[in-house]
Design a protein around this ligand. Structure first.
Ligand code: CTP
Ligand code: MG
Length: 245
């Protein structure tokens, strides 16, 4: 098993609202992309295997900066690093990352720099499930809120169409793990929808599902929470400072 990780870090972080791309925003003294990369590279599957190639998607203006930020982490792990420009959407960025994979890779993890504190156990759990024969694996957590499907609104609110049984739902995280050929085919088949945020897949498993391949859910981890808003960043800062631990 030769494992690569595609780490998406090319977004602008518009909902975070800072002047710099989200992936280079520091928490506990280090950028989110460095935290995320460190966990990916430190993880060991049950058979001892580890990530041997790291492909990072970065904003075009930050390619060199991201490579410098990651230099120590990849050197310590003796891993090949490729930093590539991102696309217009996350889906396009992952596709750009897949194009960089070396021939030997047969398992691909796709992870978001926006989930900087995904623990090594979670990474290992995903890899182990792929290794056990699942072609596509996602971490999922139970949904805690009651979820309702709604119809078109009138500007003041929206009508409820139904309450979706919560026991059937999971909120999906990254890293997601794939058989390389399955992921590459799903991206090739789904590439037409990748250009626009409204049509692009928000995760890779969605593309694989659309290609008719079964997707398997393993237990997620609260620590893999996504940093999207300024509030999420404050929570991440507090947790890393030990304030809420
Ligand atoms: N991403 C990417 N290429 C894009 C868009 C997003 O590589 N064209 C990455 C982000 O860097 C992030 C992950 O995909 O690690 C998840 O995206 P999201 O949380 O939406 O991050 P941003 O797109 O940066 O944030 P926003 O949507 O608020 O602008
Ligand atoms: Mg985004």
């Amino acid at each position: 098993m030769t494992i690569a990780a595609v780490l998406t870090a090319a977004g602008s972080g518009s909902r975070l609202g800072l002047q710099l791309p989200k992936a280079v925003v520091p928490v506990a003294g280090e950028p989110l992309v460095v935290h995320a990369a460190r966990a990916l590279l430190a993880a060991r599957a049950s058979d001892g295997s580890a990530v041997s190639q790291l492909v990072v998607t970065a904003p075009a203006a930050h390619l060199d900066e991201v490579a410098v930020l990651l230099a120590d982490v990849v050197e310590a792990a003796d891993v090949r690093l490729d930093v590539v420009g991102g696309g217009r959407t996350r889906q396009e960025s992952v596709a750009a990352g897949l194009a960089e994979l070396v021939d030997e890779v047969d398992v691909v993890l796709v992870h978001d720099a926006a989930r900087p504190f995904a623990p090594v156990e979670l990474v290992a759990r995903v890899v182990d499930a792929v290794r056990a024969g699942h072609p596509a694996v996602v971490p999922g957590l139970p949904v805690v809120d009651t979820v309702k499907r709604v119809g078109p609104g009138d500007g003041t609110g929206r009508p409820v169409l139904e309450t979706v049984p919560r026991s059937d739902l999971v909120a999906v995280q990254t890293p997601q793990g794939f058989d390389r050929e399955v992921l590459e085919r799903a991206h090739a088949v789904g590439s037409g929808r990748g250009a626009h945020e409204e049509t692009a897949a928000s995760d890779d498993a969605g593309l694989v599902e659309a290609d008719g391949v079964p997707v398997w859910v393993v237990p997620g981890d609260e620590r893999a929470a996504k940093v999207t808003t300024a509030r999420d960043l404050l929570v991440a800062q507090a947790l890393t400072a030990g304030a809420l631990a």
